[in-house]
Design a protein around this ligand. Sequence first.
Ligand SMILES: N[C@@H]1[C@@H](O)[C@H](O)[C@@H](COP(=O)(O)O)O[C@@H]1O
Length: 260
Amino acid sequence: MEIVIVPDASAAGELIAAAITDLLTDKPDALLGVATGSTPLPIYRSLAERVRDGRLDASRARICQLDEYVGLPAGHPESYRSVVLREVVEPLGLTEDSFLGPDGNAADVAAAATAYDRALAEAGGVDLQLLGIGTDGHIGFNEPCSSLASRTRIKTLTRQTRVDNARFFDSIDQVPHHVITQGIGTILEARHLVLLATGEAKAEAVALAVEGPLAAAVPASALQLHPHATVVVDEAAASRLKLADYFRDTYAAKPAWQKL
Ligand SMILES: N[C@@H]1[C@@H](O)[C@H](O)[C@@H](COP(=O)(O)O)O[C@@H]1O
């Protein structure tokens, strides 16, 4: 696992957007797994800017979703499908044709989850999966004690996650209890995992995920199992890392030929 400590969220956005630019230069039709929430927005802003000024040709990129609420009406502005279309697909000049996501409104949610897992594999697998982290250590919507081998499936949100996400809704009562999320086993199949965390509120979850034991109680610790996982944190989110100086030295001495 590579830990990169950057000064702030905007530097993180630039760094990760540059890595995605490299990926799409090497593989123009790469499948990019995107996360929702506030944290990745600087990445999406930088990608859109790169498309606008010609530094990035994303015209053949494919975008897929990490997770979705169950039961929000189609087109609800806070369904993750709507968020990803608004924040990523449209700003990159893409259309829904290049987008894959689970159906949170299916009559048979379990079947929709399995179908999404299969669709990801049939699309050739995810090349780079962006991840955020919940204050309780979740990735996607894999709440604490999710199986580290889990596949895409229905999950029930913790009270904490519903409180954290209530800011996107009029009240906590409107935050769905159920979601479809790529499983931890599914996420681990992506070729490159990039987790971004910014702000003091994420510092404890980051420290547990990076320096704590591998544990289902901290779903993000599953990144320890992945051969190519990058964790990008700002100073605030890095504030509880005991090995922060080592991570800084390592990144400063990174060979020029080695990509993120
Ligand atoms: N399902 C999403 C996660 O994918 C995201 O990482 C998390 C953190 O969001 P934020 O970046 O807004 O803190 O929120 C939600 O729970």
